[in-house]
Design a binder for this molecule. Structure first.
Ligand code: NDP
Ligand code: GDR
Length: 345
């Protein structure tokens, strides 16, 4: 029997890798996408199959985590075996600017989806994209038993989603699990997260398109892994018959400055000539250090990260250099606004 999966957030970094993985495993994959005035499917365009074609296994549906009725309709129509809830307003700094929207999507959105599962009675396994940001101010190393101490509206919303996922497991017997994932990155990472912001800028500096990179706090410690490995861990969590919660991490311990140095060194440039400080990128409350202990996932799922942060920086640098070479000079044509440039935060 072909297994059927529903992925919210399929157009994001993780959703795109997970869709690839599940299609490769023979699944029929359904993805929730938001209606936008521009195309927002660039990360999954290479997977697109005309639904009219015989044998198509990828299907996209308009929907939004703020629209509970739509989630109920989709759940009953698709009747998936596995649901991966990856959709979220996922940017920590932006969550301070848009706290209510973040709560509505990243927090309440999860219970809307869980309610859709409960109300329709569809027998499925449910994965919730929980985050190391929930640990916040709790000192490293962090594992499944570390107390939560979120430091942002995003982290607080993820704590809510974590607990409702556990509650629906205990209250209604839904096979629901939390994957507590530490930072994971890739060439598909959104351009405003710090790793991609760095590798994209270094490629452009090397190409002579830009001459500086503005950053905030360089001292934060993160445990950066490689996203394709992490989606494999998500899938493994749902294959275990007894639902449980798992941390995925590399256990590595690097500062933002370490990532900057590795990226500039990769192209033979001195980072201190180009990196400048901009307080706009500081957060009202920072998470100083996240370093994960993924021992439980290794013991019970056989999952272990193999790509450590320095190799990740090289992968992302090479991809950004190649993307620039292939695309030519990526200026948007703005004939009426000759001095206008996009500013990414
Ligand atoms: P991205 O920001 O790349 O993708 C987020 C996805 O959610 C996009 O597909 C986006 O759609 C969609 N989305 C946003 N708001 C809504 C909404 N209201 N309704 C429906 N869809 C919505 O995130 P990642 O792929 O990096 O992360 C996946 C999940 O894992 C997120 O929940 C994130 O918080 C969590 N996480 C991520 C970690 C990481 O290091 N990457 C670590 C731990 C947890 P659109 O493309 O239209 O914007
Ligand atoms: P994070 O990722 O907040 O850990 O959340 P991000 O890459 O945004 O920040 C990492 C660290 O870098 C510092 N920093 C900057 N960050 C950004 N974005 N831009 C800058 O210019 C900059 N300068 C310094 C930050 O202060 C921070 O300490 C990510 C997201 O994917 C979440 O969805 C996920 O849950 C967590 O990882 C685990």
């Amino acid at each position: 029997m072909t297994k059927r999966a529903l992925i919210t957030g399929i157009t994001g970094q993780d959703g795109s890798y997970l869709a690839e993985l599940l299609l490769a495993k023979g699944y029929e994959v359904h993805g929730l996408i938001r209606r936008a005035s521009t195309f927002n499917t660039s990360r999954i365009d290479h997977l697109y199959q005309d639904p009219h074609e015989q044998g198509a296994r990828l299907f996209l549906h308009y929907g939004d985590l703020s629209d509970g009725a739509r989630l109920v309709t989709l759940l009953s129509k698709i009747a998936p075996d596995e649901v991966y809830n990856l959709a979220a307003q996922s940017h920590v700094r932006v969550s301070f600017d848009e706290p209510e929207h973040t709560g509505n999507t990243t927090g309440i959105g999860s219970i809307r989806l869980l309610e859709a599962v409960r109300m329709t009675g569809v027998q499925c396994r449910f994965y919730q994209a929980s985050s190391s940001e929930m640990f916040g101010a709790s000192p490293p190393p962090q594992n499944e038993d570390t107390p939560f101490y979120p430091r942002s509206p995003y982290g607080a919303a993820k704590v809510y989603s974590y607990w409702v996922t556990r509650n629906y497991r205990e209250a209604y017997g839904i096979h629901a699990v939390n994957g507590i994932l530490f930072n994971h990155e890739s060439p598909r990472r959104g351009e405003t997260f710090v790793t991609r912001k760095i590798t994209r800028a270094v490629a452009r500096i090397q190409a002579g398109i830009e001459d500086s990179l503005y950053l905030g706090n360089l001292d934060a410690v993160r445990d950066w892994g490689y996203a394709p490995e992490y989606v494999e861990g998500m899938w493994r969590m749902l294959q275990v018959d007894e639902p449980d919660d798992y941390v995925l991490a590399t256990g590595g311990n690097f500062t933002v400055q370490d990532f900057v140095v590795a990226s500039f060194e990769h192209v033979g440039l001195d980072w201190q000539k180009y990196v400048k400080f901009d307080p706009r990128y500081l957060r009202p409350t920072e998470v100083d250090a996240l370093v994960g202990d993924a021992g439980k996932a290794e013991d019970e799922l056989g999952w272990k990260a193999t790509v450590q942060t320095p190799e990740l920086a090289r992968i992302m640098m090479d991809a950004d250099i190649a993307a620039l070479a292939n695309a030519g000079t990526p200026w948007i044509d703005t004939p009426h606004l000759p001095d206008w440039k996009i500013s990414l935060s």
